[in-house]
Design a binder for this molecule. Structure first.
Ligand SMILES: NC(=O)C1=CN([C@@H]2O[C@H](COP(=O)(O)OP(=O)(O)OC[C@H]3O[C@@H](n4cnc5c(N)ncnc54)[C@H](OP(=O)(O)O)[C@@H]3O)[C@@H](O)[C@H]2O)C=CC1
Ligand SMILES: O=C(O)[C@@H]1CCC=N1
Length: 278
């Protein structure tokens, strides 16, 4: 593709804005990006924030796009596809779906036949260039299209390819939903410190920096999490007592159950959407 590719977003909510914000901080220009959604006020605020092109007409957005990112809720995807299927069958852009639990085959049936489709599971830290995205390409995706999809998601953080589409459920429960698990932990830590009398702003600053510092260490030090954890636990000290408390409450078991609940839900969504396509 000699000209700068145009990236269209169908849906302009949390995840689309996180990806767009991250893309603009990196290699992409506002004029390359289009977004469509039903609510003009939402679009106006996105246009004001990012300077991108917006429209309430999905067909218009789809017509411009070399890459069309489908960023609506899984439950409204069929309806959104019905507005664009004739355009995309004609222009044949690369379709990138970020919807949880939606098979490429189901999506293809809603879009009126075979198309190059990449499924992607991103996450909201994309907004600050710290996203984690897993991608899967259907056989119709060409090598340059694969490269372009990777460029988009690598511009907002880590991008890894999956060999099997079925692995998307495991990824969704890990990195797709994962930021919310971290925010839950952050909230709980802050609350505990505030209840112990620490100033709210100080508790927040220290809790955030602790999570950020621990994540950076886990990424950069080369040590595994068990070693890093042991290094904080002085024998007979404070951390040991806290870890014992976590273990007594089966913290790892709770995390495993929560992870499984998300993974199962992703499978259920896929099944429901497959059935509604029949
Ligand atoms: N949030 C997250 O952390 C993640 C989300 N995802 C996936 O991303 C997708 C979007 O999620 P999220 O951004 O959170 O959801 P939001 O509800 O924040 O955004 C959905 C967007 O789609 C718009 N929309 C609704 N109907 C249509 C339509 N027919 N045509 C065009 N646009 C429409 C909505 O407009 P309006 O508000 O007016 O209804 C809104 O702008 C989902 O499929 C989700 O599974 C994947 C990874 C992480
Ligand atoms: O909760 C959800 O369904 C979406 C997918 C992963 C994160 N948010």
């Amino acid at each position: 593709m000699s000209k700068q590719p145009t990236i269209g977003f169908i849906g302009a909510g949390n995840m689309a804005s996180a990806i767009i914000g991250g893309m603009l901080a990196e290699r992409f220009k506002p004029e390359q990006i289009w977004a469509s959604a039903p609510d003009d006020r939402q679009l106006q605020s996105l246009a004001k924030r990012f300077g991108i092109n917006t429209t309430t007409d999905n067909r218009h957005c789809a017509t411009q796009a070399d890459v069309l990112v489908l960023a609506v809720k899984p439950q409204v995807m069929q309806e959104a596809c019905s507005t664009i299927h004739s355009v995309v069958q004609n222009t044949r852009p690369l379709i990138v779906s970020i919807a949880a639990g939606l098979d490429a085959a189901t999506l293809e049936s809603w879009l009126g036949g075979e198309l190059p489709i990449v499924r992607c599971m991103p996450n909201t830290p994309a907004l600050v260039g710290q996203g984690a995205s897993a991608l899967y390409a259907t056989p119709a995706v060409s090598a340059p299209q694969r490269q372009l999809a990777e460029q988009i998601f690598a511009s907002v953080g880590l991008a890894v390819w999956l060999d099997e589409e079925s692995q998307m459920h495991a990824v969704t429960a890990l990195s797709g939903s994962g930021p919310a698990y971290c925010f839950l932990f952050l909230e709980a830590l802050e609350d505990a410190a505030r209840n112990a009398g620490l100033d709210a702003a100080v508790a927040r600053q220290l809790a955030i920096q602790t999570l950020a510092g621990a994540a950076k260490m886990a990424r950069d030090s080369g040590d595994d999490p068990a070693t890093l954890k042991r290094n904080v636990m002085s024998p007979g000290g404070t951390t040991e007592k806290a870890i014992e408390t976590f273990e007594t409450a089966d913290f790892s078991g709770i995390v495993a159950s929560a992870y499984e609940a998300a993974r199962t839900r992703s499978g259920e969504l896929a099944e429901q959407l497959r059935k509604s396509a029949d």
